[in-house]
Design a protein around this ligand. Structure first.
Ligand SMILES: [Zn+2]
Length: 231
């Protein structure tokens, strides 16, 4: 049974919905019964008003939390993009890469990086909450590793600041099932922010067991797929 990461704002909106429901039941009953007893009607009328106020409170709280959560997500993604974009010289000093001075080399992801990525994914597609496995029970590869941002102009999610090394950093790599691979890379349906958020959600999800151990053969097959397509 998949467990989803529920945002606080969703709880607030659920609260509002419950209050709306209660108000409907309580006030509906009062209004239909109230005509015979004016005092009872006005006594309970206050209750209706209180429920409406609580409902507005919940909705307001939901909106505030939602905006805050969205801001945090965007900031988190920005920091990750910066981290991926960072490049260093031979002495370990941070350097800035200019697109014009920049020689594109096609590098393939390192085996150990992919081992770690598969571990973090819990052997599931990282387009959260997609439950598809990357390696099936017969040890067949059912997915792909791709770069979220690319440094080639004709490819989806092009980032001119991205270096050859940045392209194969773990933060820029995502494991996708066949369906999501087609949607993301061939139909170019999703942008950088959506992909980064999906990957973070997948890696932070409590229901994905992060002890998955992958064989060397599978890792080589994943790398081979990446080299062939270079997406
Ligand atoms: Zn998927």
């Amino acid at each position: 049974m998949p467990r989803f990461v529920v945002q606080k704002s969703s709880w607030a909106f659920l609260g509002a919905f419950i209050v709306v429901f209660l108000r409907g039941v309580v006030c509906g009953t009062i209004f239909s019964m109230g005509s015979g007893n004016i005092e009872a009607f006005f006594g309970n009328f206050e209750l209706c008003i209180i429920l409406i106020v609580i409902m507005i409170g919940f909705v307001g709280m939901g909106i505030v939390l939602f905006v805050k959560e969205k801001k945090i997500k965007t900031l988190k993604n920005k920091l990750i993009v910066e981290k991926i974009n960072d490049a260093y010289d031979s002495e370990g000093k941070k350097i800035r890469i200019k697109e014009s001075s920049y020689n594109k080399k096609r590098l393939s992801p390192k085996k150990e990086i992919l081992r770690e990525l598969l571990k973090r994914s819990g052997n599931r597609c990282q387009f959260y909450p997609c439950p598809n496995v990357i390696i099936d029970y017969q040890e067949y590869l059912q997915g792909h590793v791709v770069s979220i941002m690319s440094n080639e102009k004709n490819q989806p999610n092009y980032n001119p600041k991205l270096s050859n090394e940045g392209r194969i950093k773990i933060d820029n790599l995502i494991l996708l099932c066949h369906d999501h691979f087609f949607e993301v890379k061939l139909h170019e349906k999703y942008g950088i922010n959506i992909l980064l958020s999906k990957k973070i959600e997948a890696e932070e999800s409590p229901n994905r067991d992060q002890n998955f151990e992958s064989s060397d053969e599978i890792l080589e097959e994943l790398i081979q797929g990446y080299i062939e397509r270079y997406l």
